[in-house]
Design a protein around this ligand. Structure first.
Ligand SMILES: Nc1ncnc2c1ncn2[C@@H]1O[C@H](COP(=O)(O)OP(=O)(O)OP(=O)(O)O)[C@@H](O)[C@H]1O
Ligand SMILES: [Mg+2]
Length: 404
């Protein structure tokens, strides 16, 4: 028979386990940064010492590919977790990094929507499976597919919070209304406590006036709902926006997170600061962030690619300066010919000179003909029409923006 441990034997510092914060990263629009954010935000949270679970709910299984895993139909995946009542989280979870687990997806997941539709209480299956593993994780991130079907509804039923990854452009802003309506429907029945808490701006261009206008529009629209009971009453634009950074697009091809691949790049800095802000909001410590020294060099050794510093040096040596190549600088053909004639040994040139005594100077010494200058760039000052454009765009956003 099991005996209860004596109360005074428990160490004073042990906190009771708290349930994980479950966040759905949702946007029915494709290619907005849902998977990139799930992976790299998750990796940042894990480096802050949190226990993180990522769930791939997308039949494209891009999240799994970020960790270099291409699940086969025989492997157990999110499909089994959703369709097999006997399948538990333990059966499908894989470890990606220390403190970072994930549930892979398979292409066959696309067929699950139809099968799930036949099942009773199908919207709450994921929630039930995650609840059974309460206490194991601090944060669960759900990478949703680019649709508002059964899989996304399962995510919304399981989630405490919704983050909406999007670009600060006009058209994605219009798509936000449909998404918020779907969350509202879920909040009215399946999951009354769900809240849209963050707009996560991805591929952000800080210098764009249009981007700044859209951010202003989102914030002023959400401001109107403060204190109301709609699920997005507390929504904010999460800071910092994640800048467009090619390293974020390259990292998955190495099966790596941004912190493995390029820990010092702007993309890594943005996801780290985003994670810090969220942990502070959720009441977790943020004093330790595990760095990744020399991770890039290690990755290069594994993949056989030259590390960046070496590759850049090689480039500097091998690449001729652009302006001196005859074609790019717009040199006329005869200049190229004259340049060609200078190539060859000293003896060759002496032979040529002997053949053509009439020439006073060797081609090498001859004054080079004037080279046509490349056309000047357009004037820096914008035309009056171009100058008027941002204002016109702002008006368009105001008149056609969110009407929640
Ligand atoms: N900040 C960024 N800078 C540069 N490229 C990015 C950034 N964020 C994402 N990308 C790239 O944009 C593309 C789309 O990103 P991602 O796959 O994360 O979007 P998604 O919303 O998950 O797409 P889908 O709806 O198809 O699942 C990817 O190639 C990704 O590498
Ligand atoms: Mg995706």
């Amino acid at each position: 028979m099991e005996t209860e441990p004596a109360i005074d034997a428990a160490p004073a510092h042990v906190e009771p386990p708290r349930p994980p914060v479950v966040v759905a990263l949702l946007n029915q629009k494709g290619g907005v940064g849902k998977t990139t954010s799930t992976v790299n935000l998750g990796a940042a949270l894990a480096r802050f010492g949190r226990r993180v679970l990522l769930v791939d709910l997308d039949p494209q299984s891009n999240l799994s590919l970020h960790f270099g895993v291409e699940a086969t139909p025989e492997q157990r995946s999110i499909r089994d977790l959703l369709l097999d009542p006997g399948c538990t989280l333990d059966d499908v979870v894989q470890q990606a990094r220390p403190g970072l687990d994930f549930v892979p997806a398979v292409t066959e997941l696309a067929l699950v929507e139809g099968e799930l539709a036949q099942m009773d209480g199908m919207q709450g299956i994921l929630r039930g499976k995650l609840e059974a593993a309460a206490g194991r994780y601090d944060v669960v991130l759900l990478d949703c597919p680019p649709s508002l079907g059964v899989l996304s509804v399962n995510a919304l039923t399981a989630a405490d919070e919704v983050f909406v990854p999007m670009q600060a452009h006009y058209l994605p802003l219009r798509g936000l209304e449909k998404l918020l309506q779907t969350v509202h429907l879920v909040a009215q029945g399946l999951n009354p406590s769900i809240r849209v808490t963050g707009i996560l701006l991805c591929m952000h261009d800080r210098s764009s006036g249009h981007g700044r206008a859209v951010i202003g529009e989102i914030e002023s629209q959400f401001e109107q709902f403060r204190g109301s009971d709609v699920p997005w009453a507390g929504a904010t634009v999460l800071r910092p926006p994640v800048r467009r950074n090619i390293k974020l697009a390259e990292a998955p091809s190495f099966g790596q997170t941004i912190f493995d691949y390029a820990p010092r790049c702007p993309g890594a800095a943005d996801y780290r600061e985003l994670a810090r802000g969220l942990l502070e909001r959720w009441g977790h410590a943020t004093d330790v962030f595990e760095g990744a020294p020399r991770a890039r060099a290690k990755a290069a050794r594994q993949t056989g690619r030259a590390p960046r510093a070496k590759a850049a040096k090689a480039k500097r040596v091998a690449k001729p300066k652009r302006a001196t190549t005859p074609k790019r600088a717009g040199k006329p053909k005869r200049v190229a010919k004259a340049a060609k004639e200078t190539v060859g040994s000293k003896a060759d040139r002496a032979r040529k000179r002997a053949k053509s005594p009439a020439r006073a100077k060797s081609p090498a010494r001859a004054k080079p003909p004037k080279v046509a200058k490349p056309p000047k760039r357009a004037a820096a000052r914008p035309s009056s029409r171009a100058a008027a454009r941002p204002a016109a765009r702002r008006r368009a956003i105001r008149s056609g923006g969110l009407s929640l």
